[in-house]
Write a protein that binds this ligand. Structure first.
Ligand SMILES: *Cc1c(COP(=O)(O)O)cnc(C)c1O
Length: 377
């Protein structure tokens, strides 16, 4: 499967030839076109292109008015950005265990809710949807916001809806490792007009002159510059056209590998939508079995990808920000502590689980040949 090719090169070249690389609200721009197409494909009301998945999360939280004094529930297995984003808006992350699906555990969400909890960030890790029915029910019951981190699940469904369109906001990342890429980039999805208007203001420093559509929505407030360039927008339009084929290719490889794993009697981890979930995980009874299995081709133990293990998020674990007086933990409503053993269940699951690479960049016959190593047990 081709990831980047002549079409991206041509689209970026056209954008450069056009010479209008700054995103604003002038007609015919690539970012605006991309947002319209993304909304149509995913069934979202609004989309806003930004410059990364991290800034997409920050923008979503700011748009929904999450801020100082708020606690935000975040899974202990994710990329650190999901836990960093609340800090960037003045709130603090509270870590929640994952369950055997390797996504945030709704039961532990309920245990971690306090009077200060304001939002939940479920993360659809590794193209595997979270239990959104349970999470949305908890959110309604406790009046919490839900920001879906769908950075690792672009185009993946949960039931009949797409990841990122179910909660109050959804975020996507277009960095090099995601389902679609422009090198760097991100997007925020909203169903609320007000949140979108606030997000637009926030992502463009807080001056509405580039945003005629919602200029009167609310007085301007200070933001950042998280704009994506028109080169990014042009490349994303090509990548979006490639996405259905890319996902179909992943699905095909998943089916081959999953059948082989099941034939070989390997314990494939459950998911919240076996048809939609693309990422394959096997979870053993013991750590040793997982370590041995991880020596096979295309297999990696989840715990060994240390960047996604919360104990290695040094700035969060040590509550260190760029300035000691700009530190949300200092003004949190209660003392938030992070210890290496605070999410033991997550650590245990990560140690006993392996991720099976789908081999998206290899032809199907090669994936089939590689799958034989699982069929024999
Ligand atoms: C990649 C990723 C992000 C952040 O994306 P960037 O574009 O690298 O900022 C956030 N959350 C998760 C779960 C991710 O995988």
């Amino acid at each position: 499967m081709q990831r980047l090719g002549f079409k991206e090169w041509l689209a970026a070249g056209r954008a450069i030839a056009r010479g209008d690389l700054l995103r604003d609200s002038s007609p015919g721009q690539a970012c605006a076109k991309f947002e319209e197409r993304l909304c149509a494909m995913l069934g979202a009301r609004h989309a806003l292109t930004v410059n990364s998945g991290t800034t997409a999360l920050v923008t979503a939280l700011a748009a929904l008015e999450v801020g100082p004094g708020d606690e935000v529930l975040v899974p202990a297995y994710t990329w650190m950005s999901s836990a960093a984003a609340p800090v960037h808006v003045g709130a603090v992350p509270v870590l929640v265990d994952i369950d055997e699906t390797l996504t945030i555990d709704p039961e532990d969400i309920e245990r971690k809710i306090t009077p200060h909890t304001r939002a939940i960030i479920p993360v659809h890790m590794n193209n595997r949807p979270c239990n959104m029915d349970a999470i949305m029910a908890i959110a309604r019951k406790h009046n919490l916001l839900v920001i879906e981190d769908a950075c690792q699940a672009i185009g993946v469904k949960y039931g009949d809806r797409y990841c990122g369109t179910i909660g109050d906001a959804g975020t996507l990342s277009f960095n090099q490792h995601k389902n679609m890429t422009a090198g760097e980039g991100g997007a925020v999805l909203f169903n609320s007009d007000r949140a979108y208007a606030r997000a637009f203001n926030f992502h463009d420093i807080g001056m509405s002159f580039r945003n005629r559509k919602f200029a009167d929505a609310e007085p301007e407030f200070l933001g950042f510059n998280y704009r994506a360039s028109e080169i990014t927008g042009a490349m994303l339009n090509v990548q979006l056209s490639r996405l259905p084929r890319r996902l179909a290719g992943m699905r095909r490889r998943r089916d081959i590998l999953r059948a082989a794993l099941r034939d070989g009697g390997h314990p494939v981890a459950p998911s919240h939508d076996d048809d939609a979930a693309l990422g394959l995980v096997v979870t053993f009874d013991t750590e040793d079995e997982a370590t041995a299995f991880a020596t096979r081709r295309g297999v990696a133990r989840i715990h060994d990808n240390t960047k996604h293990v919360y104990t290695n998020w040094a700035p969060i674990m040590n509550k260190r920000t760029f300035h000691p007086r700009m530190n949300p933990w200092e003004w949190a409503q209660s003392r938030i502590e992070y210890t290496p053993d605070m999410c033991r269940r997550t650590l245990d699951l990560m140690r006993r689980s392996c991720r099976i690479g789908l081999g998206e960049s290899y032809p199907v016959p090669l994936v089939r040949a590689s799958a034989r190593q699982f069929r024999q047990g």
